[in-house]
Design a protein around this ligand. Structure first.
Ligand code: GCB
Length: 688
């Protein structure tokens, strides 16, 4: 009888978790709600769904003469909760004292990094909560004249944060930043403790979805996380943690949008938000000095703006932002400097209160039923679906990897990628701006399946946070609202109608797209989009081994999307798993030769489609091999990379490079690199 009762008791306990969490905490914690929601068979009235409140604190922390930024990256300490009792630490108030006092094993844990691949034990597959902690010093000088903010660039999936035992903030949905003012919680001129509880559990209501079930093991029942998406559910403090200071009244948010006329006149429209502490609210803003500085620091346009909250700058002979290989100086960025002045008592002068500098690229983006245009020029996107993924670090931000990836993107001649299947780091977005790589910016809604109002609320919130975070990046050319949702299901129609309606209202001058794997005849989502993107694995998941079955199927499918929706069409995923070093002549699936053959047949189909006037891009799946959950279809992970997981080229990389540069030459008159082909003989000429 004992065995039978275990799962029942477990279920009862887990349904009590939310209540316990509330009961165990005084104050204003959020409830991590993991209760399973039934069925998608009901059609909900989506009008009742609450729209997300616009988020705050999404400006990247930057130093200036009025602000300090301190990194809290480095070695933290971690303890894990018992997977069958993830909220014990809340009940027992682990946040009130040093984690070592819990008596649990202390693990040294680097931040940023996923915690999964650091240790040698079961932490890799841990389900539930882990607790992070570190100490830091807050200088005395910050106490009175500054406000101090704590900012996390990403914790996956949800987090609750305490400073010196007091609740500071909480957040859910991974891959997105959040922050809170902690001035009132700090000991200035002394030591402070920060504690973070991180929960990796996914449910029917999280973005993305997953479910936790209890599996009978040799050691009794244990919770197991399951999910349908094809990448490892890495968790932890994935990106940097910053402390930063602002003046009592400061610039808290900025929004810019740019236009470029044919005559080379640039136009920058901006909006400014100010935030004041209690003391700061008495300070009267007098004006903004806005200066646009070029790369050499020369002022290209400026304005004294008494309206403070919004304005327009005109930039004669603007240097436009162009994508890589579309111009000899791609990724041109200006520095847009905002200086807030306030009335000062001293001789009625005005004093500088706050300075924030934002990199800005001046460009126009527009689209029609046939094309997507940048600075009036139709784009043909040649790129990748990618992942933030690497050995040991998992999804942890790693600047060396980031720099290597951008070198490879440029080496191979790509001009775009999709942030499949979640928002990528802010540092990578800045890199993309600087290098002229165009981004299809995707929210974390991968494989969503069970459509219900709470999911929609979280989905809208993920888009609000993503767009809010990334709207000022010139590299962002479209928002992707989902990857492979089950968009043929009945519930998808109203769900996506509501989602897209909402997103359109905040899209900030970008078209909406999605990566769809339903068919054009059954998909309920595509009709709402500006660009129809589809994922299809011809010669892999269907007709494996038959590279002679690509061109007809692919061109017919692309045409069917076009016929039905009359919008520009793009292929967001194609490819096949390839074991590096595995060779077979003639080609056989999983060999390097097969990947080459499969790609080459796709190229032919793409060229045919390009001629039809509405096919606007080809994206390989995937840039590099990456880690997945353990399944019998994956050998050490997904091997569809053009590069290996440690970023070395497979044979296909050289072929893809020739294609991407050939397209750049044909479409954008770009130069070919000298090492694109190797010398063979004087009778065999480089035809590119
Ligand atoms: C897809 C998914 C992607 C997978 C890929 C594959 O359609 O969008 O996440 O990794 O297929 O390799 O199966």
């Amino acid at each position: 009888m004992g065995r039978l009762w275990i799962p029942v008791i477990f279920l009862l306990l887990s349904s009590l978790q939310s209540l316990l969490l509330l009961a165990a905490t005084e104050g204003k914690f959020f409830v991590i709600d993991h209760s399973e929601e039934p069925t998608d068979s009901l059609l909900f009235e989506y009008g009742d769904v609450r729209k997300p409140t616009p988020t705050k604190g999404l400006l990247y922390p930057r130093e200036s003469e009025t602000r300090e930024v301190r990194s809290l990256d480095g070695m933290w300490q971690l303890v894990r909760s018992d997977p069958s009792d993830p909220l014990q630490g809340i009940r027992d108030k682990w946040f009130m004292d040093a984690l070592r006092k819990t008596g649990r094993e202390i693990i040294s844990m680097p931040v940023p990094a996923s915690y999964n691949d650091i240790t040698t034990d079961s932490l890799r597959d841990h389900v539930g909560t882990v607790w992070y902690e570190r100490n830091f010093f807050a200088p005395r000088s910050w106490k009175t004249t500054q406000r101090t903010w704590l900012r996390f660039s990403s914790v996956h999936y949800s987090a609750v944060v305490w400073i010196n035992g007091k609740n500071a903030t909480s957040h859910s949905i991974g891959h997105l930043p959040f922050e809170s003012e902690i001035s009132g919680l700090l000991t200035f001129g002394g030591n402070n403790r920060i504690t973070v509880m991180c929960d990796n559990r996914l449910s029917n209501r999280t973005i993305p979805q997953g479910s936790v079930y209890n599996a009978a093991t040799d050691n009794g029942y244990v919770p197991v996380q399951s999910y349908t998406f094809d990448f490892f559910n890495y968790a932890g403090i994935h990106r940097s943690v910053h402390l930063y200071t602002t003046p009592l009244l400061h610039i808290s948010d900025l929004e810019v949008s740019t236009q470029l006329t044919n005559e080379g006149l640039g136009r920058i429209d901006y909006r400014v938000w100010l935030d004041g502490s209690k003391e700061g609210l008495h300070i009267q803003p007098s004006h903004l000095l806005v200066q646009l500085k070029d790369k050499d620091g020369h002022v290209a346009a400026q304005q004294i703006n008494k309206a403070v909250y919004h304005g327009t700058l005109l930039v004669p002979n603007a240097n436009p932002w162009w994508p890589y290989l579309m111009h000899s100086d791609p990724g041109y960025l200006y520095n847009l400097q905002f200086e807030l002045f306030v009335a000062s008592n001293e001789e009625e002068s005005e004093a500088l209160q706050d300075t924030y500098r934002l990199p800005v690229g001046i460009r126009s983006l527009s689209w029609s039923n046939d094309s997507l245009l940048l600075n009036g020029k139709p784009l043909y996107l040649r790129g990748f679906g990618r992942h933030e993924d690497s050995d040991i670090r998992g999804k942890g931000l790693d600047n060396a990897l980031l720099a290597r990836d951008f070198n490879l993107l440029k080496w191979i001649g790509a001009n775009a990628y999709r942030t499949s299947h979640y928002p990528y780091s802010e540092e990578s977005m800045q890199f993309a701006d600087q290098h002229g790589i165009m981004i299809i910016d995707e929210c974390p809604a991968v494989n969503i399946d069970i459509f219900e109002p709470q999911l929609l609320e979280h989905h809208m919130s993920s888009l609000e946070q993503l767009i809010h975070r990334d709207r000022n990046h010139p590299s962002v050319i479209a928002w992707s609202v989902a990857n492979e949702p089950r968009s043929n299901k009945q519930g998808a129609l109203k769900y996506f109608q509501s989602l897209v309606n909402y997103t359109r209202g905040i899209a900030h001058g970008r078209p909406l797209t999605a990566a769809i794997n339903a068919n054009s005849s059954t998909c309920h989502l595509a009709q709402f989009l500006d660009i129809v993107g589809f994922n299809r694995y011809n010669s892999w998941y269907q007709n494996a081994g038959r590279t002679d079955m690509i061109i007809n199927l692919l061109t017919t499918e692309a045409q069917s999307w076009r016929n039905k929706f009359g919008k520009p069409v793009i292929q967001f995923e194609y490819g096949g798993d390839t074991m590096e070093g595995m060779h077979s002549l003639p080609a056989f699936i999983w060999s390097e030769e097969y990947q080459v053959e499969l790609f080459s047949r796709h190229f032919k189909a793409f060229d045919e489609l390009r001629g039809r006037g509405w096919f606007i891009g080809e994206f390989v799946w995937n840039f590099a091999d990456f880690r997945t959950a353990q399944t019998i279809t994956r050998v050490g992970g997904n091997k569809k990379g053009v590069f290996t997981r440690n970023r070395q080229p497979k044979e296909v990389a050289y072929i893809l490079r020739q294609r991407y540069f050939a397209l750049a030459k044909e479409l954008d008159m770009s130069e070919l690199p000298e090492d694109l082909t190797v010398y063979i003989s004087k009778h065999i000429h480089n035809e590119l």
